[in-house]
Ligand binder design. Structure first.
Ligand SMILES: Cc1cc2nc3c(=O)[nH]c(=O)nc-3n(C[C@H](O)[C@H](O)[C@H](O)COP(=O)(O)O)c2cc1C
Length: 202
């Protein structure tokens, strides 16, 4: 059987979600997947970016990360979306990418894949769950197979988020627990996709 294909598609302004995306890509690779790590296109105006030096710095640091394309969605068996929390919802940049997926949806090419999502917020009760739940609405519409981490691994009791890996960015960069939770979430999604792929091939 060909390896499961996993696309980690994220938006990050200042690097937090990027760090989680890298950890998710590691986890997916360790689980045996072929992985594409992709950022979505920046859409913010230059003056907004210039007003936050960390934002511009992160953009420059990740200039070599390929931009997500619809082909990445079509290619993948597993899609892991990462986004900062923006007023309790996903970032507009990620939503803008998702909103280009109409043609794939019409052709039913987004259905039956495994989906999961991860996020960051500044504060502990700043809307991580609502952001992840908001993305799950998209997965319902696509006919996706949602694979949340739940409390299926000891790291989940330490990270504390059964909806998806997450980090409170106000406390600094993702710590070992947040990164491990992102690795675990990706591993679990790939494991489920591997079982599905084997079952479908049988
Ligand atoms: C427009 C805007 C809205 C935000 N809304 C929230 C929010 O609702 N709750 C919260 O805790 N943090 C909020 N934040 C903070 C971001 O979630 C935080 O900076 C982000 O998770 C860091 O991820 P990044 O480093 O990958 O960009 C907001 C930030 C911006 C710019």
């Amino acid at each position: 059987m060909e390896p499961v294909k996993a696309a980690v598609i994220y938006y990050s302004a200042t690097g937090t979600v990027h760090a989680l995306a890298e950890a998710a890509a590691e986890g997916a690779e360790k689980a045996g997947a072929e992985v594409r790590l992709r950022k979505v296109r920046e859409q913010a105006p230059a003056d907004a970016i210039d007003a936050n030096p960390a934002w511009g710095a992160h953009l420059r640091e990740t200039a070599d990360v390929p931009e997500a394309a619809l082909d990445d969605l079509a290619w993948a068996d597993v899609v892991l979306f990462g986004t900062p929390t923006r007023f309790g919802t996903p970032a507009a940049q990620l939503k803008a990418f998702i909103d280009t997926a109409g043609p794939l949806w019409q052709q039913r090419r987004l259905a039956d894949k495994v989906y999961a999502a991860f996020t960051a917020s500044s504060t502990a009760h700043g809307g991580q769950e609502s952001t992840l739940l908001s993305l799950s609405n998209v997965f319902y519409h696509w006919g996706g197979i949602m694979v949340p981490p739940g409390y299926t691994d000891p790291v989940q009791f330490r990270s504390g988020n059964p909806y998806g890996a997450s980090h409170v960015a106000g406390g600094g960069s993702p710590d070992d627990i947040a990164r491990e939770a992102a690795r675990y979430q990706a591993r679990r999604a790939v494991d489920v996709a591997t079982a599905l792929k084997a079952g479908r091939a049988a």
